[in-house]
Design a protein around this ligand. Structure first.
Ligand code: ASP
Length: 425
């Protein structure tokens, strides 16, 4: 068969996978020149990010307004938060256990250490500065209430948008008679139109992914990865273990869904998260996968997933556990059990309020390190491979969000048959 005809007819996630594999040799051949094709990837990311705010707002508003039951909303909220906190704590624990057992930082020689410090020291300094300017936990919680919802929409502040959409939706159910109907109808139309846009943009996904992967490979090459191989492998192994064991069993136990079906359904979102390194940018795709491929109701999707994209970052938390132990090992610092418990608490808190955008995990890592007195400059040691690990942890982050959506929907009796619309994307 003509390869072009075959490519056109093949499924979307296969196309994205092919694009990824082609991106690696392309990046190696082009080297630093791969930078020139990065704009194609950036364009793709901007296109999906463009619809995050209208999609989240309209779907959350309709979800709440049509639920018409505040108690149910509270129940869904509690289950979601409970699940997010438990899986995040589990993820960091897996990271800490692995890093302590393998000890990736124990055999870094001083020449490699000094080389990394001198190449990445100043970039690390910038990250540390950003981290120090971040508001504390209490301020982050207070700031969930927006002063001006339009400003939150304009700035794309997801937590504030979620808060306002919930109140707006609940209030719409309290308006007597049919008077709120036109408002709900309007947002229903907005929502459906946004979903159409997701489908159109996803047609460009293979091209965007090809450019993004080639640019990363071209920029970093393989050298840096090799000097930090054992650290990178521990992070990757931890992420893999978390994904395969924690999510598969949670989904199986609480919803009865087979792990294979779950992973197959969420695959397009994982691939997009991997290539964009951003769970927020992937949100529209995660929402579509949850509804169409996994059968989650739109009410549950529209609440659980936007919340997850901002506050639930299991992959990030796991990586922070490994990174903290790694840096401590390189500096010869012994971490007590108490220090490790502090890491679990701090990394769980740090993931709340940090938006799912590229590289955010590295910035919140500075807060974790500071808390236990590990030198912040140590960030320079891991900066070189961060971009690649960011891709992996973002894919895990969206998988965690989707597993929550499946479980919450199932316990609420809102897990239906998947529509499997992916073919028509
Ligand atoms: N890039 C990650 C995400 O968007 C966050 C991080 O770990 O840096 O999910």
């Amino acid at each position: 068969m003509n390869p072009f005809v075959w490519f056109r007819q093949t499924k979307l996630h296969t196309k994205i996978l092919i694009a990824m594999f082609l991106g690696i040799p392309l990046g190696l051949i082009l080297g630093p020149k791969a930078e020139y094709i990065r704009p194609v990837g950036i364009l793709f990311i901007r296109l999906i990010r463009m619809i995050v705010v209208p999609l989240v707002f309209s779907s959350l508003f309709i979800g709440t307004a049509s639920l018409g039951d505040i108690r149910k909303l509270g129940r869904i909220g509690l289950k979601t938060m409970g699940y997010y906190l438990c899986t995040t704590a589990l993820a960091i624990t897996i990271g800490l256990l692995l890093a302590n057992a393998v000890g990736p930082g124990r055999n870094i020689d001083s020449a490699t250490r000094d080389g990394l410090m001198s190449s990445y020291g100043s970039a690390a300094g910038e990250k540390i500065e950003i981290a120090m300017e971040k508001p504390g936990v209490i301020d982050t919680l207070i700031e969930i209430v927006p002063l001006n919802p339009l400003e939150s929409l304009a700035e794309g502040n997801l937590l504030q948008i979620i808060f306002f959409a919930l109140i707006f939706g609940v209030a719409a159910t309290l308006v007597p008679g049919d008077r709120a109907k036109p408002l709900i109808g309007f947002f229903e139309a907005v929502n459906e139109t946004m979903i159409r846009i997701v489908h159109i943009i996803m047609k460009l996904a293979p091209l965007g992914v090809l450019a993004l992967i080639a640019a990363v490979v071209g920029q970093f090459g393989a050298d840096i990865l090799i000097s930090l191989l054992s650290y990178s492998l521990v992070v990757a192994a931890g992420l893999f273990i978390h994904m395969i064991f924690v999510y598969s069993s949670a989904v199986r136990i609480f919803s009865g869904m087979k792990a294979r079906d779950f992973f197959r359904g969420i695959r397009p979102a994982q691939l997009i998260a991997f290539s964009t390194s951003s769970s927020s940018a992937t949100l529209p795709v995660t929402m579509e996968c949850a509804e169409d491929n996994l059968g989650v109701s739109d009410e549950v999707t529209s609440f659980v997933l936007p919340l997850g994209a901002t506050i639930n970052m299991d992959g990030t938390a796991l990586y922070q556990g490994v990174a903290a132990v790694f840096i401590a090992q390189v500096y010869g610092i012994d971490l007590s059990f108490g220090d490790q418990v502090t890491i679990v608490l701090m990394a769980t808190l740090a993931s709340i309020g940090a938006a799912g955008v590229p590289g955010v995990g590295l910035i919140t890592l500075a807060m974790v390190l500071e808390q236990i007195g590990i030198p912040l400059e140590g960030i320079a040691l891991i900066l070189g491979v961060d971009r690649i690990l960011d891709m992996l942890r973002s894919a895990v982050n969206v998988t965690g969000d989707a597993s929550a959506a499946v479980i919450v929907a199932s316990t609420e009796g809102e897990l239906g048959k998947p529509k499997n619309l992916e073919e028509s994307w």
